[in-house]
Design a protein around this ligand. Structure first.
Ligand SMILES: *Cc1c(COP(=O)(O)O)cnc(C)c1O
Length: 232
């Protein structure tokens, strides 16, 4: 039977090939793109294996699960923890106490709570403004027209570092067109905040379109860890 380590190594190699091909196609250096492996619903033992296989950036989407999983990893060994899920404002302070990057700031209330939480923990927190690329309610993200205001608020917050924008492609429709809209928002924000050049976009199904649209961070789960449904 194939070991979990070999399974993850093979899947990582396949995803690496896809990223390299997409970068070549887009004429972008591979070094401009960071792979964030989304480990939600998978155990801390997988995080340890991924780290041994050279991964430095991992993503989680639930406060309690993330906090427990990473509390088990001694010193965290140089792993950066990206919080990619919707942030409830009453949990934001806690998330700010352990996450390195929050991808999903989409309301002023959440930004204020993240700032307070980071200050209370005496640390700085990198923050991306999440933009909604479709009309479907409930999937998180600020309206396109509000993104600039939220970016300004993040940049002004005492303990937050505005890094850029994040989005999830719409469930239906063309991811390339959606990521193109995100790119426009990102360019607008970067003209006001030159250090905010990150674009977090692209998941297992659409990472190629994201690389073409200029993504700097890909958030990939299923293509590396397998299906969450079959994992139980
Ligand atoms: C789960 C999740 C991902 C990873 O999605 P896959 O399709 O499994 O690659 C990326 N981004 C966010 C916000 C997620 O919740």
């Amino acid at each position: 039977m194939i070991s979990r380590r070999d399974q993850l190594a093979a899947a990582l190699a396949r995803v690496e090939d896809r990223i390299a091909a997409a970068c070549a196609h887009a004429g972008r250096p591979r070094s401009q793109v960071t792979l964030v492996v989304v480990t939600k619903q998978f155990p801390a033992s997988d995080v340890v294996l991924l780290h041994e296989l050279g991964i430095h950036d991992v993503g989680e989407n639930r406060d309690q699960e993330a906090a427990e999983k990473f509390a088990d990893l001694p010193g965290r060994g140089g792993l950066r923890l990206h919080f990619v899920g919707q942030v409830q404002s009453r949990k934001a302070g806690h998330v700010a106490s352990y996450a390195d990057v929050v991808h999903s700031a989409d309301r002023l209330k959440v930004i204020a709570a993240l700032d307070r939480g980071a200050a209370a923990a005496d640390r700085r927190l990198s923050v991306l403004v999440q933009v909604a690329l479709d009309e479907a309610p409930g999937r998180g993200g600020a309206a396109l027209g509000d993104a600039g205001r939220l970016a300004d608020a993040t940049a002004q917050a005492e303990s937050l570092d505005l890094r850029g924008v994040m989005a999830v492609a719409p469930l239906d429709g063309d991811p390339a067109a959606a990521f193109g809209r995100l790119r426009q928002v990102a360019d607008g924000i970067r003209s006001a905040h030159p250090d905010a050049g990150w674009i977090s976009a692209g998941m297992s199904a659409d990472l190629e379109a994201a690389v073409v649209a200029g993504a700097t961070h890909l958030r990939v789960g299923t293509a590396i860890l397998g299906s969450r449904a079959s994992h139980g």
